[in-house]
Design a protein around this ligand. Structure first.
Ligand code: SIN
Length: 273
């Protein structure tokens, strides 16, 4: 019998700190259910002092579904489902240092991401999370109605090619490019959230170009408002687990040239609707 976990809300809107769960051990079904429910309501969960191997990390992800393989980054030897998250004194651009939902350019973008960091700078390197439910709820009903019928293009090419260019490499690979609703309904909760982000979304379909650009600029500023956010201060062996279907995140790269390093496991999701 495992001890009962506790989930302490970080803000009334988003985020909870979890105690009493050891992610390196298989979770019994009642604890897994409590964690699933907490993730659905708080949208992002934070755990401390989790000493996990890569296999244990992948096992945590598999409890949510099949693991996603990143279209641009190769995992460590023997672990294609692991994404290395690393920055040091040689880094020209870090992953995730703009608001985004992970790999939203995929036709079926990831649902849950689980990030485990083992090396942290002395200060800095926090991750910010913003609730897309709260951002949608804060719009006027007229704006909600206008956006609800629209779709947008999410293109991996510009983002991933820019990363290669900063390393002085030419990247001719084809990356996923998909059309998704601007407002998506969460497949489990049914709640609506904004689903465009400044990392991957390039245009709104079916409206004049300048109108689409103005709407995207408005939404990018809107989703970044502090009232929708929580901010996580990492320690060695902290884990953050977030739901990309209703959350965007932004990894602060304010610690150059210090090292920040760890691994992400990402779970496959469904086509947004
Ligand atoms: C990411 O998954 O986008 C990176 C998040 C982080 O490094 O905090």
């Amino acid at each position: 019998m495992q001890s009962q976990p506790t989930f302490a809300a970080m803000t009334p809107i988003i985020g909870a700190e979890v105690s009493g769960i050891d992610l390196s051990a298989p979770l019994d079904s009642s604890i897994q259910r409590q964690m699933d429910e907490a993730l659905l309501s708080h949208q992002v969960l934070f755990f401390r002092d989790q000493d996990m191997t890569l296999d244990q990390h992948k096992a945590v992800g598999r409890q949510f579904g099949e693991l996603h393989i990143h279209p641009s980054a190769r995992g460590p030897e023997g672990h294609p489902e692991i994404l290395l998250v690393h920055a040091d004194e040689n880094t020209k651009r870090t992953a995730g240092d703009k608001w985004h939902s992970d790999v939203s350019c995929d036709p079926e973008p990831p649902s849950i991401s689980i990030l485990h960091l083992h090396t942290l700078p002395a200060t800095g390197g926090d991750t910010l999370f913003s609730s897309m439910y709260a951002a949608f709820d804060a719009l006027s009903s007229e704006m909600q109605t206008y956006l609800d019928g629209l779709t947008a293009i999410h293109d991996g090419g510009p983002n991933y090619r820019d990363r290669a260019a900063r390393l002085g490499k030419v990247d001719n690979k084809q990356y996923p490019r998909s059309e998704h609703p601007v407002i998506r309904a969460h497949p489990v909760t049914g709640r609506k959230g904004i689903y465009v982000n400044s990392t991957f979304t390039t245009e709104i379909c079916g409206v004049p170009t300048d109108e689409g650009k103005a709407i995207l600029a408005f939404l990018y500023a809107h989703v970044a408002k502090p009232q929708f956010q929580c901010r996580f201060r990492w320690q060695r062996n902290s884990v953050a687990m977030w739901d990309n279907r209703c959350v965007q995140h932004h990894a602060m790269w304010d610690y150059f040239p210090q090292v920040r390093s760890g691994y992400r496991v990402t779970v496959c999701g469904d086509a947004p609707y």
